[in-house]
Ligand binder design. Sequence first.
Ligand SMILES: [Zn+2]
Length: 247
Amino acid sequence: MLAKVAPDTLNAVAADSDILTRMPVSDRIRYRLIEAGQRYHANDNIAAHIREGELGELREEVQARLREVLHALVIDTENDHNTADTARRVAKMFVSEVFRGRYEPAPDATAFPNVSQLNELMIVGPITVRSACSHHLCPILGKLWVGVLPNAGSDLIGLSKYARLAEWVMSRPQIQEEAVVMLADELEQRIRPDGLALVMQASHFCMHWRGVKDDGALMRNSVMRGAFLKDATLRREFLSLLERDSR
Ligand SMILES: [Zn+2]
C-alpha cells in the first residue's frame, strides 16, 4: 500500500537532501509519511509529520492546484470577480478550517483521576458534529451522544473536551461509520471506562444536493463497548435518554 514511491526513488531522495527542500511541500510531507510507514487516508491525522511553517506553504500549494481545477472547469477567474479569489478561500477553508483535524495535533484533553469514584452512567450530548464525506467532500451535519460508565480507576475529562475531541476527529473528510469508531478509540484511550457508547445521527449533503436528492435521509451509527455490550439494561437506559433529543 505504501509502495507507491519506489524504494530507489526514496534512497535517491535521501541521498540528496536538496531535492527534498525543492519538492512541493505536499511531497515532502508524503515522503516523511512513507518513510515512517504511516497511513495517510483522508480521515487520518498527519500532524506529527508536518514541520513548523509548512502549513502555510501547504495552503499555498492547495490554492495553486485549486486554481487549476477552476481552470479545468472552464471558469474565467481572471474576469469573473466572484471567482477571482475562490482558490485562496477554498484552500484556507480546507487546510485551516473544515479539514484542520488532519493537520493539527489533538486538542489538549487532560484527564484527571476519578476522585469521587463515580460509577454511574454519564451522558454527554447532543454535541453538534460537522464534517464532509470522503466520497464527494459534501458536508455532513449532525449530532453525537456519548455515554460513559466510569469505574473508580478511570480518568475523567472535562465536558467541553468531548466536543473538542469530536471536532478534531470530524474536521477531516470522513466516513460516518469510521468516524464513530475513531472517536470511540480516542475516548477509550483517555478515560479507560468500564463501558463506552457513542451514537451519531447525521444528515449527508451528498444525498440532498446530488444523487438521490432525498431530503429526509439521516444516517445513524453507534458503537457500544464494554458494559454497554454486555448489559442490555444499561444500553436501554442510554438509548432512552438520548431518544428524546434526537427527534
Ligand atoms: Zn458523499
